[in-house]
Design a protein around this ligand. Structure first.
Ligand SMILES: Nc1nc2c(ncn2[C@@H]2O[C@H](COP(=O)(O)OP(=O)(O)OP(=O)(O)O)[C@@H](O)[C@H]2O)c(=O)[nH]1
Ligand SMILES: [Mg+2]
Length: 397
């Protein structure tokens, strides 16, 4: 498995994700990493402590002062020579993997590096490895109060995600913060807490133990995003089905499901059997009813989820089906391809188009790229097509 982490957010989230997957799977550092940023500060923080680590972890620093939160600057900064060196490092890592199962890229869609340099790199990888499976873990910014250029950056990088990836796991900082606040009823959360949530979601896509080799990304793509124009997924994760249902966003049921799946991840054999059972019942779903809140709350789902517990342990009446009290490592997660990506897509598109029509910050982007207008139009068209596909689905079904 190979994880590419780009920009500050990509690296901070990526490190957390890898740590968690390694911990759950006792993989012994079999995940290879390519870590890319434009500032030494972040790279240095995560630099390897010993030479051995360099065998599976490679760093690439492009420039030293960041990409100024500007997609255009980031995208153009990577000239031919630089992209060749990045790809050399990438190839070395790829060659050291026994079984190539696809690539994972972690990045923020809003920062200059995570959006601009990311776009250049995913484009190059797709060009060189047209048949490789590329998954992105794309972090959406808080919707307001951060940086005005983030709307342009987000539209550009999301359109590159849409064009070049096979599957995109989307995490919204705002939505996660809301979930955390709902869960603990406090407003004091840091980015670290959000990263912890993201890493719980991502690591719960991988099974416990040394079964990681059985993962086939194409299976997930085939089942969860069968229509290539609609591949922007959301993931929610919690320690039990009850908590998951309690904490998912209140507008959860307003969307139309394309496909989804409930995952139970556990290092316990009993739980593994539950998982098999659960899969038979509600594992891979195309029936929109099956992932509705009411269905997840229904007795039959709960029963199949909690059954092995009855045999293995004395049930605590006050806490039925709560895995964390028994096995703190278990997690349940929900993978969802649905129209609930539409509000974010509309938000970024509307904000960005309003700015573009009024020429806001246009010079900043034009300065680094002469044909920026063509790129704007191309990106808007790509995202409009994606948005329309989701909207048609929403209206038709
Ligand atoms: N969830 C999460 N979001 C982060 C983190 N760090 C930054 N962000 C978000 O990412 C966006 C900024 O992206 P960065 O990754 O900081 O920027 P960058 O890609 O390094 O690009 P430049 O610094 O402009 O070169 C903002 O929306 C931040 O809220 C993090 O550790 N976790
Ligand atoms: Mg940065």
């Amino acid at each position: 498995m190979l994880f590419i982490q780009i920009g500050q957010c990509g690296i901070q989230c990526g490190q957390e994700i890898i740590q968690k997957i390694n911990k759950n799977n006792e993989l012994g550092n079999s995940i290879k990493e390519l870590v890319i940023d434009t500032e030494s500060k972040v790279i240095n923080k995560y630099k390897c402590k010993n030479n051995k680590e360099y065998l599976y972890k490679k760093y690439f620093q492009i420039g030293k002062d960041g990409s100024g939160n500007n997609w255009s600057f980031g995208y153009c900064k990577v000239n031919e020579e630089l992209i060749h060196s990045v790809m050399d490092n990438f190839n070395q890592l790829l060659e050291s993997i026994d079984l190539h199962k696809g690539l994972n890229i972690v990045h923020s869609i809003a920062g200059g590096t995570g959006s601009g340099i990311f776009s250049k790199i995913i484009e190059e990888i797709r060009d060189r490895y047209p048949k490789s499976c590329i998954s992105t873990y794309s972090i959406f910014p808080f919707e307001s109060g951060e940086n005005t250029l983030q709307y342009y950056n987000s539209v550009f990088s999301l359109s590159w995600v849409q064009k070049y990836s096979d599957i995109a796991y989307c995490f919204s900082n705002k939505e996660i913060l809301d979930i955390l606040c709902k869960e603990k009823k406090t407003k004091n959360y840091s980015l670290n807490d959000i990263n912890e949530y993201i890493s719980n979601c991502v690591s719960s896509l991988y099974p416990y133990g040394n079964k990681i080799q059985y993962i086939n990304n194409w299976d997930i793509i085939y089942n969860i995003c069968p229509i290539p124009s609609m591949k922007l997924l959301k993931v929610y994760s919690d320690s039990s089905l009850d908590n998951l249902v309690k904490n998912i966003p209140s507008n959860y049921n307003n969307s139309k499901l394309i496909s989804g799946r409930l995952n139970l991840v556990s290092n316990d054999d009993m739980d593994e059997r539950t998982l098999t059972k659960l899969y038979k019942k509600i594992g891979i779903l195309s029936n929109p009813e099956c992932l509705s809140i009411n269905y997840l709350r229904s007795k039959s789902v709960k029963k199949s989820y909690s059954q092995p517990r009855i045999n293995s342990l004395k049930e605590d009446e006050s806490r039925p089906s709560h895995l964390p009290t028994i096995n703190p490592k278990s997690r349940i997660s929900l993978l969802k391809n649905s129209t609930d990506i539409l509000p974010s897509l509309n938000y970024f598109l509307n904000k960005s188009i309003y700015m573009y029509k009024n020429g806001a910050y246009w010079n900043y982007f034009k300065k680094y790229n002469d044909n920026i207008d063509d790129l704007f139009i191309e990106s808007y068209n790509t995202l409009y097509d994606c948005r329309n596909a989701y909207m048609e689905w929403h209206d038709d079904i």
